[in-house]
Design a protein around this ligand. Sequence first.
Ligand code: NAD
Length: 368
Amino acid sequence: MKKQIVLLPGDGIGKEVMNAARDVLTAIAEEYNHTFSFETHEIGGAAIDQFGTPLPETTVDACKQADAVLLGAVGGPKWDNNPSHLRPERGLLGIRKALDLYANLRPIKGFKNLLHASPLKEEVVAGSDLLIVRELTGGLYFGTPSERRDNGQSVVDTLYYTRKEIERIVDKAFQAAQGRSGRLTSVDKANVLESSKLWREIVEEKKSQYPDVKVEHVLVDAAAMKLVTNPSHFDVIVTENMFGDILSDEASVLTGSLGMLPSASLNETGVGLYEPVHGSAPDIAGKGIANPVAMILSAALMLRYSFGLETEAKLIEDAVQSILDAGFYTADLQIAEGRKVNTEEMTKLIVDYIRTLNTSKCIASCYY
Ligand code: NAD
């Protein structure tokens, strides 16, 4: 398979973790006979410094022509006092809009060795492995008009969805559930909101197209409670923009470290933007100690959702799991026993696993 991938390292640790993802993808390409070509472009603070804008046209054009885009992170104190049109995050919002990314996918998995770092009891978070599918371009955040009325004494925001917008995200979630354990939870507020009633109707209509998926409807307040009392209840959750924003941040603390969480944002053509959930971490940038796992797992999502390479995606995920199980950890993960490694060493362990396809051999021969 031949694919063109645009790399947008961005700022801070974005550059460090991007190198890790590239090394892993190069290993996958060589092992499975794919041709991945990489083209690097600037975004965020780095683009402001070089081109005077957080999102140069050349970056947008390259992303539009690519098969997929990997993004590191943007931002940092250097640009914190810039006027709003010269803020690094403008680049991020701009590229999401330019690529019309309507579906945001966030997998959240409790890794065995990291359960103690979760704010929840280990027995509660053990076994959790869920995927939140959030609608990203409609709903309350995009409804018009948002306005203050009556001399500022009242205010209105509009929650607006078209049937088509709901159908496409619901389809995406059903398909994701088919590729996992076949359970889908649709989260809404259908006891109050008309938009949620339509959402629920559409999920019910779609059920017959996906007979292998078991569907339940849960109100958003109950879902928020269940996420912290029984997260392993969930497999795939699909929900509208604002509910998804809140629930995905709530769920992100389950694993105990931001450095482990990947994300995917997809458009209708299957082109996607893949990025870690974390930011540019200015406090550790340049030290070579950033955890590259979230970025590497984002590359795995790219293989799965944009290129349909499930075996290769799964191999990367297995590699990460095996290296953590073997006791290797980066500084952000407080693992009591094991061996602390830096960004480069963690990447090499994962790459070596992929190349040998044999954890015990690699770990024994390469590192002890
Ligand atoms: P952050 O995610 O950058 O960092 C929060 C904490 O987590 C820091 O202590 C950091 O060292 C640690 N951390 C994060 N990722 C890590 C990793 N991979 N390995 C090890 N430790 C890691 O959030 P923040 O400090 O609130 O924001 C810093 C900058 O990043 C800001 O400019 C913010 O606007 C930006 N930001 C960007 C994105 C994005 O690009 N998508 C997202 C969030 C924040």
